[in-house]
Ligand binder design. Structure first.
Ligand code: HEM
Ligand SMILES: *[C@@H]1O[C@H](CO)[C@@H](O)[C@H](O)[C@H]1NC(C)=O
Length: 337
């Protein structure tokens, strides 16, 4: 209110006051209003610097870990809330780990998130939630991969349980329809085709195991796939019976041209019928999503802008407030009672 009254003397105050109101109402009902930029600026002023330093070091040594944080944030936020429920190991207190779900197949590098959390605990014990550590790591990871830097708010709390039974229901599958995908994203706060198309651009980096591909390659190469690309993928995945087992190490890169760049090559590939997953390729064919695919393929800056916006929205899905969760000491286990 104070800002509004003072606006008569300063032309800068009114717009910022409006921004304030806009962003608190856009956030989800419930805990949405608890998030803000720089939530730890007093309780742990170096928190965001520490994440950034850790990400820079880890990225330098294990570049794939930046890729993993993006996928991990997506899976965590699709199931109820961005509450680090994904990070819990199976335990009596938390229940069966979400990581054990078939939908989490291929997820990796969780130990590097533990390293970030350990650095935060050394600086400010019991202060920075695992959910925020993941959101900030994904933010800095996206930037390290040449993507945009999103203005991620903080203040999430961590869940006291894992929701194994909800993972297959709420995280889309590789062969889902566009309708199913749009419904799932909308339920997580990302309403509309543009944001969904932008988020799938994360498949510009990383890899897919043959288990998730052979259905498009055998007995015949999917008619919707560029035949030359099909032949290449059959070389990567030489047999039809890939197993749902990460020890079955055969995989294909999401983007052969720029595999470690979060860029719009993904959309160019889709338009050339070189989508990897069925769900990727469908974005180029469905009339609701195709126009955004074409526009992102043509304009990397537009992709980056929409990716950052959608990542922020997704990262603010239903955050837990102070009384709804805790700050876990170890991201893998709920705090002892
Ligand atoms: C319709 C939605 C989505 C589906 C069905 C989906 C499915 C998949 C599948 C099946 C894989 C390959 C797993 C493997 O075989 O190892 C994968 C990888 C990946 N996904 Fe998605 N995904 C979706 C959306 C997203 C979103 C929104 C993000 C992030 C913003 C994301 C980030 C990633 C990343 C980075 C990888 C590579 C992981 C690695 O190399 O370890 N995905 N996704
Ligand atoms: C999608 O793929 C899974 C295997 O990953 C399979 O069990 C399921 O039947 C497929 N669904 C459809 C609709 O084809």
């Amino acid at each position: 209110m104070r800002g509004l009254r003072r606006s008569s003397t300063s032309s800068l105050v009114l717009p910022s006051a409006l921004l304030f109101f806009c962003c608190f109402t856009i956030g989800d009902a419930g805990g949405g209003g608890v998030l803000r930029l720089g939530y730890y600026s007093e309780s742990c002023p170096r928190a965001e610097d520490i994440v950034q330093e850790q990400v820079a070091q880890l990225y330098h040594k294990h570049g794939n870990t930046a890729v993993s944080w993006l996928r991990a944030l997506f899976h965590d936020c699709m199931v109820r809330s961005c509450d680090a429920s994904l990070l819990l190991e199976t335990s009596r207190a938390a229940g069966v780990s979400e990581k054990a779900s078939p939908r989490s197949f291929g997820m990796r590098n969780f130990k590097y998130l533990d390293a970030i959390k350990a650095a935060l605990e050394r600086e400010c014990p019991g202060t920075v939630s695992c959910a925020d550590a993941l959101a900030l790591a994904a933010r800095d990871g996206a930037a390290a991969l040449g993507g945009p830097r999103a203005a991620v708010r903080t203040g999430r709390k961590d869940s006291r349980a894992a929701y194994y039974a909800e993972v297959e229901r709420d995280v889309p599958n590789h062969n889902d329809t566009v309708s199913a995908v749009l419904d799932r994203f909308a339920a997580a706060g990302v309403v509309g085709a543009e944001g969904a198309v932008a988020l799938l651009g994360a498949h510009s980096v990383g890899r897919v195991h043959c288990f998730n591909l052979v259905g498009r390659l055998y007995p015949a190469v999917d008619a919707g796939m560029d035949p030359a690309y099909g032949a290449y993928l059959r070389g990567r995945c030489p047999t039809a019976d890939a197993r749902e087992d990460t020890r079955d190490v055969a995989y294909a890169r999401n983007d052969r041209a720029t595999p470690m760049l979060l860029d719009n090559m993904y959309y160019k590939n889709l338009m050339a019928r070189r989508g990897l997953l069925l769900v990727d390729q469908r974005l180029a064919d469905d009339p609701r999503t195709a126009p955004f695919v074409a526009r992102m393929a043509a304009d990397n800056a537009y992709f980056h802008d929409r990716f950052a916006a959608a990542l922020i929205t997704l990262s603010e899905n239903n955050p837990l407030g102070d009384d709804e969760g805790e700050v876990r000491r170890d991201c893998r286990f709920v705090n002892p009672a």
